[in-house]
Design a protein around this ligand. Structure first.
Ligand code: KG4
Ligand code: ZN
Length: 342
């Protein structure tokens, strides 16, 4: 049984989690989200400074909740990419210092593999094959997964422009909704009619790649026309419906085409109420088992990084060296990130 501490600082959340044999036993989260709100987006230097202030208190709090100490750990795992460079570096420096001081192996983890592994904390180990839809603020990918710790990750499709979360954030801005945009659109859409406006569904029937920038422009054009009957909840609901429709159709098609019976949807946008509902309906219709972690495990957190660490330890994957560096634009090829090895 492996006990792993995970540290996540790729964006504006300082996340720490402790996982024991695939089970979350302690976690702490601090966010600088409110400090970015007046800028309408994450300011990297503000995020990095906030990580610096929150890291040690979060690690201490996670240990307290778990009721264990550093001597009980088997490894330290940290997000080493992708993400904001200065933000990643604070977490990486902390993780290296802890690993060195406690004499424990260090694992550099790919942030998006962390999102996938978050689901194992809720639903248990993944089956031997699955399709994963990752929908976050910076990425939208449809993946074919084998063993997350051992096997290379196969990209079936990716976004060609904006990520799904980015589209939510930009549309929220266009609609004058609060930052962060995803949850604000989700809330506004609850009072709207998803069929009110027929926004475009880009690239349907054209493989597994995605494109959301045309949809965002269509919403902007609609709002700029300034029709007197403009109803924000209807625009929010219609935009959300277009995103959800494309995401779920392509994800289900990928499962059927690759004869995979399990779909995992992860990342911040997986917290979206309508996405969860439509995905459940379409998976049920095709006998596909749908796994979506609870909302607090969808957005960035430390437990998801600890979860990857636990899988890497269990699979006897060699740890990273203390020379590991942050890779802000790391491609998702494997769960572990060590440029010296791959
Ligand atoms: O995975 P995440 O926490 O951070 C990244 O790795 O990017 O995802 C953040 C993204 C943001 O774009 C945010 O607006 C979006 O997830 N998001 C949502 C919801 N909650 C968060 N989008 C739609 N509906 C939500 N309920
Ligand atoms: Zn994320």
């Amino acid at each position: 049984m492996a006990i792993v501490l995970g540290i996540e600082t790729s964006c504006d959340e300082t996340g720490v989690g402790i996982v024991a044999d695939g089970r979350l036993i302690g976690a702490a989260l601090a966010s600088s989200m409110e400090e970015h709100a007046r800028f309408g987006g994450v300011v990297p230097e503000i995020a990095a400074r906030a990580h610096l202030e929150s890291l040690v208190p979060c690690v201490d709090a996670a240990f307290r909740e778990a009721g264990i100490g550093p001597s009980d750990l088997d490894a330290v795992a940290v997000t080493s990419g992708p993400g904001l460079a200065t933000a990643l570096q604070t977490g990486l420096a902390a993780a290296k210092a802890y690993a060195f001081a406690w004499d424990r192996p260090l694992y550099g983890v790919h942030h998006l593999a962390g999102h996938v592994a978050a689901d194992t904390l809720h639903h248990g180990p993944l089956p031997s094959r699955s399709v994963a839809l990752i929908v976050s603020g910076g990425h939208t990918s449809l993946l074919l997964l084998g063993d997350l710790a051992r096997d290379p990750i196969v990209h079936l499709g990716d976004t060609r422009d904006d990520a799904a979360g980015e589209a939510f954030d930009k549309v929220a801005r266009i609609l004058g909704l609060a930052y962060p945009g995803g949850p604000a659109v989700d809330r506004a859409a609850r009072d709207g009619d998803p069929g009110a406006i027929g926004f475009p569904r880009a690239m349907l029937g054209a493989g597994y790649d995605f494109s959301f920038s045309g949809l965002k422009s269509a919403v902007a054009r609609y709002v700029e026309r300034g029709t007197p009957e403009l109803v924000v909840p209807d625009v929010a609901a219609s935009f959300q419906e277009a995103v959800v429709d494309v995401l779920t159709r392509k994800a289900v098609e990928a499962c059927l085409a690759h004869e995979v019976d399990t779909l995992v949807i992860v990342g911040g946008v997986a917290a979206n109420g309508r996405l969860r509902q439509v995905a459940a309906e379409r998976c049920a219709a095709e006998d596909i088992t749908l796994r979506i972690p609870p909302p607090q495990l969808c957005t960035d957190n430390g437990a998801m990084i600890a979860a990857v660490g636990g899988l890497l330890v269990a699979a006897s994957v060699p740890p990273s060296s203390l020379g590991l560096s942050a890779d802000p634009s790391a491609p998702l090829i494997r769960a572990s990130l060590d440029p010296d090895r791959f």
